[in-house]
Structures are given as C-alpha cells and as structure tokens.
Design a protein around this ligand. Structure first.
Ligand code: ZN
Ligand code: ZN
Ligand code: ZN
Length: 138
C-alpha cells in the first residue's frame, strides 16, 4: 500500500514538467578537472636550452670573457696578455653538446597540469532544467 502511494506520488511529480538539474544545481555548467599537456615555457617545448654559459677567465695579467657556442668556448672580450687561450675548448657546462637539458620539464618539452574547465552539464545540456522523466533515469 505504501509502495502504491509512492508510485502515484512519483507519477504526479513526473507529470509536473521540468525540474532544476540536480547535477549542476540548475546552473547548466559543471566544473571539471582536465589534464592538459602544454609546451614547456622555459624551453619552448624543445626539452633543451641552448647553452650560453659565460665566464671570465682571469690569469696572469689577462682576463678573457668566454661564452659557450655550440659546446665550445669563444672569447667575447679580451684584455691583457695571453688572452683567448681557452678558445675552442669544450664547454664544461654542456660537455660540448651546446645544449642543456631543460630542468623545468626534465627534457620532455611538455608540462602537464590540471586545468579547471567549465563545461555544459551533460544531463541537462547546459539548460539547467531537466524533465522529471530525465531526472528519474539519470
Ligand atoms: Zn656549453
Ligand atoms: Zn622545458
Ligand atoms: Zn545540469
């Protein structure tokens, strides 16, 4: 008997037209987490950085500023005697590679992050309302 009353009550609700959507609380939108993979902004997605290690080598009455170019030192500015003696030497920073692995993305070139996205609610198709019938079958 109780069940019958419930059934009649349910039918009454169904015949009442639409209802605020219970999934999105009538907003029509749901926020969901999405994993997105994007190019690393540190290395522009390449996974490595061009080595531009720069240092000054000072010796007896000399000073030379070197910069790594394709893994080898090239002198930038020279002063004093006996300058430029490390020209062409292998760069200690990149071991002659001319490239340094990007530490931000560990060389992958991609960084994954969770992004909150707002999507239309699947149940009510973004309207925020569902028919009674729909809400029963969800
Ligand atoms: Zn280097
Ligand atoms: Zn990177
Ligand atoms: Zn909804």
């Amino acid at each position: 008997m109780r069940y019958l009353i419930f059934l009649i009550f349910s039918l009454f609700i169904i015949s009442c037209g639409d209802n605020p959507c219970s999934i999105c609380n009538g907003n029509g939108k749901v926020i969901s987490d999405r994993m997105i993979s994007q190019n690393c902004d540190n290395c522009s997605g390449k996974g490595y950085l061009i080595c531009d290690y720069t240092f000054e080598n000072t010796g007896f009455a000399s000073a030379t500023t070197y910069k790594c170019s394709n893994g080898k030192y090239i002198p930038l500015s020279v002063a004093g005697f006996n300058t430029g003696q490390l020209s062409g030497h292998t760069c200690s920073k990149c071991n002659g590679n001319g490239k340094l692995k990007c530490t931000k993305c560990s060389g992958h070139g991609k960084i994954s992050k969770v992004e909150k996205t707002e999507e239309n609610c699947a149940l009510c198709s973004g309207t925020g309302r569902v028919s009674k019938l729909q809400s029963l079958f969800k």
